[in-house]
Design a protein around this ligand. Structure first.
Ligand SMILES: Nc1ncnc2c1ncn2[C@@H]1O[C@H](COP(=O)(O)OP(=O)(O)OP(=O)(O)O)[C@@H](O)[C@H]1O
Ligand SMILES: Cc1ncc(COP(=O)(O)O)c(N)n1
Length: 279
C-alpha cells in the first residue's frame, strides 16, 4: 500500500462527534489521507448547541504544531475553530513556514448560532491568516462578519474577500449555493444538488477537510472544490434518515467515497466541473 499524504487539521473538538476534529478526521481518512490533529479548544457540545468552550493554552497549541510539523510530511493544512487572536497568529506563523496548501475555514458562528470567534479573532484572520490561505471557506454569516457587512450575496462576498487572500469560497448562500472567487476573475458557482435534511451538523468542517485532502492529493482548486461539495452531498444523503440527538444531527461519513481522484499537478485552476465520485 502506498503511503498516504498527511493532512493536518487545526480545530476544536465537538463532544457530540459531529463537527470540528471528529468530522475532520473522519473526512480526511475517508478520502485517502492520514489526519494529524492539533486541538485548539474543547467544546461541550451536542446536536442542540454549544454549552461550554474551553480554549487550549496557546503554548500547548504551539507544542502540538511543533510535534506534527517537525516529524510528519504535512501535504496540506485545514484550520477550523481557532478561538483567539493569539492562536490565529501562531497558526499563521507555522503555516507560512510549512509552505503547503492551506484551507482556512474561519469558524465564527456555529450552525446552532453559537459565537465561536469574537471581533479580535476576525481582525486576526483578516490580517494574518487569510493572506496565507490557498482558499478560505466561510459560510454566508461568517463571510458577512469578515467583510463587516450585514447583507450581501455569497457571490459578492466571495469577490470582496479576495481583497484579503488568494481565493474565497463562500458556502450556503441564501439559496444554498456556493461561490468561488479568485482575484481578477468573475466568481464561479460550485454547483451541487441540495439535500432535504436536518442532519447537517458538521457540514462546514467536512467540506473544508475534503477540500484540503483533495489539495493534498494534488488537485487544482476548482476541481477540489467540486469534489468536496459532491462528498458533502453524498454524506448528507446517507445520513438524511438518521435520528441521532434532539437537534440537528451529524452529517454522515459512511458512504464510501468511491474512486479517489488521480493526483495531478496542483494549481489554482478555476474550473468547477461539479465532479462526482464513483465509476
Ligand atoms: N442541505 C444541504 N444540501 C447540500 N449541500 C449542503 C447542505 N447544507 C450544507 N451543504 C453544503 O455543505 C458545505 C458546507 O457549507 P455550510 O454553509 O453548511 O457550512 P457551515 O457548517 O455553516 O460552515 P462553518 O464550518 O464555516 O461554520 C457547502 O458546500 C454547502 O453547500
Ligand atoms: C468545535 C467546532 N468547530 C466547528 C463548528 C462549526 O460547525 P457547524 O457550522 O456545523 O456547527 C462547531 N460547531 N464546533
Amino acid at each position: 500500500m502506498t503511503t498516504p499524504p498527511v493532512v493536518l487539521t487545526i480545530a476544536g473538538t465537538d463532544s457530540g462527534g459531529a463537527a470540528g476534529i471528529a468530522a475532520d478526521v473522519a473526512t480526511i481518512g475517508h478520502l485517502g489521507a492520514h489526519a494529524a490533529c492539533v486541538v485548539t479548544a474543547v467544546t461541550a457540545q451536542d446536536t442542540l448547541g454549544v454549552r461550554v468552550v474551553h480554549p487550549v493554552p496557546v503554548e500547548v497549541v504551539a507544542a502540538q504544531l511543533d510535534a506534527v510539523l517537525e516529524d510528519l510530511p504535512v501535504a496540506a493544512v485545514k484550520t477550523g475553530m481557532l478561538g483567539s487572536p493569539e492562536v490565529v497568529e501562531l497558526v499563521a506563523r507555522r503555516v507560512r513556514a510549512a509552505g503547503v496548501p492551506v484551507v482556512v475555514d474561519p469558524v465564527l458562528v456555529a450552525t446552532s448560532g453559537a459565537v465561536l470567534g469574537d471581533e479580535a479573532v476576525v481582525r486576526a484572520y483578516l490580517a494574518h491568516l487569510l493572506p496565507l490561505a490557498t482558499v478560505c471557506t466561510p459560510n454566508l454569516d461568517e463571510a458577512r462578519v469578515l467583510c463587516g457587512r450585514r447583507s450581501g450575496t455569497a457571490r459578492d462576498l466571495a469577490s470582496q474577500l479576495t481583497a484579503y487572500g488568494p481565493a474565497a469560497l463562500v458556502t450556503g448562500g441564501d439559496d444554498g449555493r456556493d461561490w468561488l472567487a479568485v482575484p481578477g476573475h468573475r466568481p464561479v458557482e460550485v454547483a451541487h444538488p441540495s439535500v432535504a435534511t436536518t442532519n447537517d451538523h458538521g457540514t462546514g468542517c467536512t467540506h473544508s477537510s475534503a477540500l484540503a485532502t483533495h489539495l493534498a492529493h494534488g488537485l487544482a482548486l476548482g476541481e477540489a472544490a467540486g469534489l468536496a461539495a459532491a462528498y458533502v452531498v453524498d454524506q448528507l444523503v446517507a445520513g438524511s434518515g438518521w435520528h441521532l440527538g434532539r437537534g440537528r444531527g451529524p452529517v454522515a461519513h459512511t458512504v464510501a467515497p468511491g474512486i479517489v481522484p488521480v493526483p495531478r499537478a496542483g494549481g489554482l485552476g478555476q474550473s468547477c466541473p461539479g465532479a462526482r465520485y464513483g465509476p
